[in-house]
Write a protein that binds this ligand. Structure first.
Ligand SMILES: [Zn+2]
Ligand SMILES: [Zn+2]
Length: 942
C-alpha cells in the first residue's frame, strides 16, 4: 500500500481526488480521522504539527525553588503528541504500507511537520521506503510532476525549523516566567515575552515615543488660482515650503498679475506593470481591501488548499521558467474574468515583470484554478480576484503617460503646475486596485499671459511620523529580519491578543509599554532586533548544512544566560517598576461611597471584582463574572453619570463582552431583584440604592441597626427587610443554579439562545431545579428543546435535585455517588426498597445503608424499618428460598415489608402481607403451609 501524508485533511482529500485521476475515491473514518482510498493508495491529512516540543516533566510549577525560570534555558525537551488520534492512525497505516510519501507544505515549517511524520512512521515500520513530494500548488500538473519526481526529506531544512522551535520555547518560556513572577502576575494575567514578539512590540513602543516627543514646526505654502478658458487651475510657488512667515508674505505680496507662461515641458512617462506577489506585497495589497494580515493569510491558505492559488508563503517575486503561464491563462478563461484574461492574452508583454527577490522554493503567488463567487463566498472571492488580476497585471504591458509641466512667472515669483494624461492604460486595464489618476491640463504657449484670480498663503505644521499599520509593520519586520514570511502576521495577532497593542493603526497599551521599557532598561538584547536577526541568518546556515542545530541552540542559550545575568540582578526593581506602573491601568475612578479609588482586582484562580482602594475601611465592591467568561480590563470610555471607566471582558477567540459602566450595570441588573423584596416598595428601593446598596445580597447581609440608621426606618422594619432579602436571595440562588444547569447541558445551536429558552421556562413558572425536575416535557419542547434533550434534561434535573435533598438529609457525598450509580436517586426509594437490597445494589455495608435509610425515612416521616444483621438476613433469605414456589423476586418483595425469615413469614397475617408485598393471599397461605410442614418434620426428626 502507498501511504501519502498531507499537511491537512483538506489537502489530503484534494491530493487523492487529483491523483485518482477520475477513479472513485472512497472516504473512510478511523476514530474520527478521515482517510481517502483509491486503488492501492491511501491519503491521510495531519493537523499541521501533531507533536509539540515541551520541557521534560518537572518544570510545570512556576514557583518551584529548583526549576527556576533560568533553569528552563538548559532544560531538556521532549516531543509530546498533541493529536493522539492522528498519530495512532498514522502509525497503524504505516505498518501496512510499503511506501510512504510525505506531501506536507513545501517550506521550513512543512519540512519539519514532514520530519515529525517521518519519525512516527519510522517508529512503527523500520523498513518502509519514505520519500518526499514537493509542490507549490495543489493542481494536477504540479502534483503529477511532484509524485513522479519524489526526493528525500530535507533533514537540514527540518533541523532549521527544529532549532527555531527549541529556541522560541526556551526564550519564550524562561522570560515569560521571569517577568510574570517578578511582577507577581499569574493565570490569565501573565506577561508574555517572546523572541520575535518582544522586539516587534519594542518597535511599536519606539514609534509611539517618537510621536510623543515630536515638536511640530510651522511652515507656509504659497499657491495661486488662475483662469484659462473659463477653467480655474492651481499653481504652486516653486519654493515649496517657506520656513519663515515674513519671506512667504513677501513672496505673496510680490505676486502680481499677469501670470506669464515661461516654459512648457512635455514628456512621457513609462508606468511599469507591477511585479509578482510575494507574501509581504500580497499582505500590503490585501490591507487595501480592508483585510488584516492574519485574515489575508488565512484566506490565502484556504484558497491554496482548494487549488485556486499557489502556496501563499513565499519570498520569491520572479516567475520560474518552468511555470506554464499560457496554461494558467487558458484555465482562467473559465473564471468570471474571462474578458480580462482574453485582453491580457491579446496584449501580453514579451516577458513577465520580475521583482527584486528570487528564490527557488516557491513561485510568486499566482492563480492556479478557476473559481466563482458562489464557490468561494465574498471575502475569499475578493482575495482570489486580487491574486488573479495581479497575475494578469504582471503579464500586461506597461502604461504610458503624457506629462506636462508648466512654469509661470508672476512679477518675478516662480510658480508651477503639472498634469498627466494616460495615453495607454496598459496593466491598469486589468488591475483596478491601484488607481491611475489623470490631471488634464489645457495647452499653454510660452509668453502667454493669464489673469490671477486668487493668491493663498497657507500656514501648516509638520506632522509626527505615522503609527504602524499591520502591513507597514510587516514590511518593516521584513527589512529588519524579524520573523519569517510565515510567522510575521501571527506575531502581530499575538501582540493584539495579549493586550500589548491595540487599534488600527497599532499603538501600545500601557502594559505593552511598561514591559518593553522595563526590559529595554535592564536587558536590551531581548528588545533589540539584532539577536533575532542573527538567529535568522544562523537558520540559513543550518539549511545549507554549514552549522548544526545543536551549535546554533548552544549559542542562543549563552546569549539568554547573559540576559538572565542582568535580569536576575535587577529582579526586584523590574518587578516593582512593572507593578507600580501597571496598577493604574486597572483604576476606574472614584468610589461612590467614600471617594477612594475603584479598581479592577484579579485574584488567583478565576475571581475578579471591582474593589475600593480604602478597603477594609470601605467595603464597597462590584462583582464581575469569573475570568473564564473574559478577563476584565478598562476601556477609554467613561460613564457620564458616575465618572467611571467602562469595563470590558476579553477572551481569546471570542468577541469581547462590553459591560459598560460597572456601576450602571450593577444598578440595572439588580434593580428587578431588589423590587422582588415584598417589604420594599419602589420608593424604598430608590432610597436603598441612594445609600449605595445595590444588591439583594448586600441587603441580606446588612445588620438591622446599621440599615435602620442608613435608610431612616424603624429597626422592626429593617429586620423585616433583611429577612425578606434573605428569602429572595435564596430564590435568586436557586434561579441561577437552574440557569447554569440549563446552560451546561444545552448545546448552542443556530437560531436558539439560552435566553429564549429560559424566558419561555420562566413564563411557564419553571425557575428552579425542583420545578424543572417535575416539569411537563411538553413545556420544554415548546421552549425549543428537542425530545432527546428534554428526556436527558429532566432525568438530570431529577438526579441533581434529589441528590441535593439527600445531601441535606445527611447522606455523605461518597455514598451518594454509589446510590446514583446504582440508579437510586429519589429519596422515596430508600423507604420502598429493603436495606438488604440497597446494600447489595450499591456494595455498601448493610449497617451503613441501614443508617442512611433511617435518616431518609425520618426526614420523609415514614416508619423506619427494623434493623437486621447481615447474618440474620442471609440465613433468613436461605430459609425463604428453600420454600418451594418462592423465587428471588418474591423474597425481595417480602424483605421490603419486613419479612426476613421463615419464622416471620409463618407468624405474619396473610391478608396484610399480601396487600403490602403485592403477592396473592393464597400464595402466602401456601408458603405458610410448606413452612409449617417443614418445621414439623424437623421436630419429628429431632
Ligand atoms: Zn470606597
Ligand atoms: Zn454609570
Amino acid at each position: 500500500m502507498h501511504l501519502i501524508v498531507a499537511e491537512k485533511n483538506i489537502s489530503a482529500r484534494r491530493i487523492a481526488e487529483i491523483l485518482a485521476g477520475g477513479k472513485r475515491v472512497s472516504e473512510q473514518k478511523d476514530a474520527g480521522v478521515p482517510t481517502y482510498h483509491f486503488g492501492d493508495t491511501v491519503t491521510v491529512g495531519l493537523r499541521g504539527h501533531v507533536v509539540e516540543i515541551d520541557f521534560e516533566p518537572g518544570y510545570q510549577n512556576w514557583r518551584s525553588e529548583t526549576a527556576t525560570p533560568r533553569s528552563l534555558i538548559d532544560a531538556k525537551t521532549i516531543k509530546v503528541p498533541t493529536e493522539k488520534k492522528i498519530v495512532s492512525l498514522l502509525q497503524k497505516l504505516a505498518k501496512k504500507a510499503d511506501r510512504v510519501t510525505i506531501a506536507t507544505d513545501f517550506d521550513t515549517e512543512g519540512e519539519l511537520i514532514g520530519k515529525e511524520a517521518y519519525e512516527l512512521v519510522r517508529a512503527a515500520n523500520k523498513k518502509v521506503t519514505i520519500d518526499r513530494a514537493r509542490f507549490s500548488a495543489i493542481t494536477a500538473q504540479e502534483l503529477s510532476h511532484a509524485f513522479a519526481n519524489t526526493t528525500e526529506l530535507d533533514f537540514a531544512l527540518a533541523a532549521a525549523g527544529e532549532a527555531r522551535q527549541s529556541i522560541d520555547l526556551m526564550w519564550g518560556a524562561s522570560l515569560t516566567r521571569f517577568i510574570s513572577l517578578a511582577a507577581r502576575r499569574g493565570g490569565q494575567n501573565i506577561l508574555s515575552v517572546g523572541r520575535v514578539q518582544t522586539p516587534t512590540l519594542s518597535m511599536i513602543v519606539d514609534r509611539e515615543k517618537e510621536i510623543e516627543a515630536f515638536v511640530p514646526e510651522k511652515y507656509w505654502q504659497l499657491a495661486l488660482d488662475f483662469e484659462k478658458r473659463g477653467e480655474v487651475i492651481e499653481a504652486r510657488h516653486t519654493n515649496g515650503r517657506f520656513h519663515e512667515k515674513a519671506a512667504a508674505e513677501q513672496a505673496r505680496d510680490r505676486t502680481q498679475s499677469p501670470l506669464i507662461v515661461k516654459e512648457v515641458r512635455i514628456g512621457t512617462k513609462q508606468d511599469r506593470s507591477p511585479s509578482p506577489f510575494d507574501t509581504t506585497t500580497y499582505i500590503v495589497a490585501a490591507a487595501r481591501l480592508g483585510l488584516s494580515a492574519a485574515n489575508a493569510m488565512r484566506i490565502a491558505e484556504d484558497l491554496y488548499m482548494n487549488g485556486f492559488i499557489s502556496y501563499p508563503r513565499t519570498d520569491n517575486t520572479v516567475y520560474p521558467p518552468s511555470l506554464d503561464i499560457s496554461g494558467i491563462l487558458n484555465t482562467l478563461k473559465n473564471s468570471p474574468f474571462k474578458k480580462d484574461v482574453e485582453w491580457t492574452i491579446a496584449h501580453r508583454r514579451p516577458v513577465p515583470t520580475r521583482g527584486k527577490k528570487s528564490s527557488t522554493d516557491h513561485p510568486p503567488i499566482h492563480p492556479t484554478g478557476a473559481a466563482t463567487r458562489e464557490m468561494l463566498g465574498d471575502d475569499a472571492f475578493r482575495v482570489y480576484e486580487l491574486v488573479l488580476r495581479r497575475f494578469l497585471a504582471t503579464l500586461a504591458p506597461d502604461a504610458q503617460w503624457k506629462t506636462m509641466k508648466v512654469l509661470f512667472d508672476a512679477n518675478g515669483e516662480e510658480y508651477t503646475t503639472t498634469g498627466g494624461q494616460l495615453m495607454e492604460s496598459g496593466w491598469h486595464a486589468v488591475y483596478p486596485f491601484s488607481e491611475a489618476r489623470e490631471t488634464l491640463l489645457p495647452e499653454f504657449v510660452t509668453g502667454e499671459k493669464l489673469p490671477i484670480k486668487k493668491v493663498t498663503l497657507d500656514e501648516k505644521e509638520t506632522l509626527p511620523p505615522a503609527r504602524y499599520t499591520q502591513s507597514k509593520l510587516i514590511q518593516r519586520m521584513e527589512e529588519l529580519g524579524l520573523g519569517t514570511k510565515s510567522t510575521r502576521h501571527e506575531v502581530i495577532a499575538k501582540l493584539v491578543s495579549r493586550k500589548y497593542v491595540e487599534g488600527a493603526p497599532l499603538r501600545p497599551t500601557l502594559v505593552g509599554r511598561v514591559v518593553t521599557e522595563s526590559l529595554e532598561h535592564h536587558a536590551d538584547t531581548i528588545t533589540k532586533p539584532d539577536m533575532t536577526r542573527t538567529l535568522e541568518s544562523h537558520m540559513q546556515l543550518i539549511k545549507q548544512s554549514q552549522r548544526t542545530r545543536e551549535d546554533v541552540i548552544r549559542e542562543s542559550r549563552d546569549m539568554l544566560h547573559r540576559a538572565f545575568d542582568q535580569l536576575e540582578a535587577n529582579e526586584q526593581v523590574i518587578g516593582d517598576d512593572i507593578r507600580n506602573r501597571t496598577a493604574e491601568e486597572m483604576n476606574l475612578g472614584k468610589c461612590p461611597v467614600c471617594g477612594g479609588t475603584l479598581a479592577i482586582k484579579h485574584l488567583r484562580g478565576n475571581t475578579q471584582f471591582i474593589g475600593c482602594s480604602r478597603y477594609p475601611e470601605c467595603s464597597f465592591n462590584i462583582g464581575l463574572p469569573a475570568a473564564q467568561w473574559g478577563f476584565a480590563i478598562r476601556t477609554d470610555e467613561k460613564c457620564e453619570k458616575h465618572g467611571l471607566n467602562f469595563v470590558r471582558l476579553v477572551r481569546k477567540g471570542a468577541r469581547p463582552w462590553d459591560i459598560g459602566c460597572p456601576l450602571c450595570h450593577q444598578i440595572n441588573s439588580n434593580r428587578e431583584s431588589l423590587e422582588e423584596i415584598p417589604s420594599a416598595d419602589k420608593e424604598l428601593v430608590d432610597r436603598i440604592q441612594a445609600c449605595h446598596i445595590y444588591t439583594v445580597a448586600e441587603l441580606a447581609h446588612s445588620t438591622t441597626e446599621d440599615l435602620a440608621k442608613k435608610l431612616g426606618i424603624s429597626s422592626e422594619k429593617a429586620a423585616i427587610l433583611t429577612r425578606d432579602a434573605t428569602v429572595v436571595l435564596e430564590k435568586l440562588r436557586r434561579r441561577s443554579e437552574c440557569r447554569k444547569f440549563m446552560r451546561d447541558r444545552l448545546i448552542p445551536r443556530k437560531g436558539r439562545s439560552y435566553a429564549k429558552i429560559l424566558a419561555a421556562l420562566k413564563d411557564a413558572g419553571i425557575t428552579d431545579l425542583s420545578l424543572l425536575a417535575k416539569a411537563d416535557p411538553a413545556t420544554l419542547k415548546k421552549a425549543g428543546v428537542s425530545d432527546a434533550e428534554t428526556e436527558q434534561l429532566l432525568s438530570d434535573a431529577k438526579t441533581v435535585y434529589h441528590s441535593q435533598i439527600l445531601k441535606e438529609i445527611g447522606i455523605p457525598a461518597v455514598s451518594l455517588k454509589k446510590y446514583i450509580a446504582a440508579g437510586i436517586v429519589e429519596p422515596e426509594a430508600f423507604c420502598t426498597q429493603s436495606p438488604a437490597s440497597l446494600s447489595e445494589k450499591t456494595g455498601m455495608s448493610l449497617s451503613t445503608v441501614q443508617k442512611h435509610v433511617g435518616k431518609v425515612c425520618t426526614y420523609l416521616k415514614k416508619p423506619v424499618p427494623k434493623k437486621f444483621s447481615k447474618l440474620q438476613i442471609e440465613r433468613g433469605k436461605k430459609q425463604l428460598l428453600a420454600v418451594s414456589g418462592l423465587s428471588t423476586p418474591q423474597v425481595e418483595k417480602l424483605f421490603k415489608v419486613g419479612i426476613v425469615d421463615g419464622d416471620a413469614l409463618l407468624a405474619a397475617d396473610p391478608v396484610s402481607v399480601a396487600a403490602a408485598a403485592g403477592i396473592p393471599e393464597q400464595k402466602i397461605r401456601d408458603y405458610q403451609k410448606v413452612l409449617k410442614r417443614k418445621k414439623d418434620t424437623a421436630i419429628i426428626q429431632l
